[in-house]
Design a protein around this ligand. Sequence first.
Ligand code: DGL
Length: 264
Amino acid sequence: MSSNAPIGVYDSGFGGLSVWRELRRMLPRESLIYLGDGKNCPYGGRPRAEIEGFAMSAVERLVNEGVKMVVVGCNTATTAAVESLRERWSDMPIVGLEPAVKPACLTTQSRKIAVLATAHSLSSDMFLATAARYAEDVEVVKVVGEGFVELVERDMEHSAEAEHLVRKAVEPLLDKGIDKIVLGCTHYPFLRPLIERVVEGRGIDVIDSGEAVARRVAWLIDRYDIAADRDNTPTMRYITFADEAYRKRLELKAQKIVDEDKER
Ligand code: DGL
């Protein structure tokens, strides 16, 4: 049984488009609906219950749009809500996002990694449990990407301000013997070129979860037997809890990603 229904991808704002990009690359026949909340972004400094409420409303909206599956393209919303979401929509696959701590711990040579994420994600039970499980003998330096989400929301990731904030967060890590930096927030991959420039020549890999999540989605649509037909012409839609101007900006950002991918 196949299904041409769309896959819903949700984030507090623009960040989940970094996951949307990997889904598009890996599953080119699947239709996608992207919901960027926009009204309540950033989530990172908010209490868990509030984020959980936003995530519930978001998934409800996507379900009303007829999605066959939801990808919570937001680490913060995943840590706050994924269990409640799975409880409420128990017959639909729901994929959450976690910072790529496991692959970083499995491959670090120096036994020292850094995780860049929101304050909420870094203090969540989920993060602490993953770190305890995989980072037993690895030192994990936690860093909040102060201002990073706001930069991406304002399309400022190539600005002097972005360079300043990225240097402020990343430069102190350079002499700590770290060989992996995990981007544990889906907004941060938009700042990857800058982050890579700051760590250049220091033997540090920058890792995010986008591709691994797309692989997991591919595996799940197979397992649930809900892949789109071979001749499906995929549609791309963008919705928001903010206004039409924000929705248009989401669409433009997605189009920019498509154009960049064409040039690759
Ligand atoms: N993109 C989100 C994440 O992956 C959260 C950004 C925010 O709203 O603070 O954590």
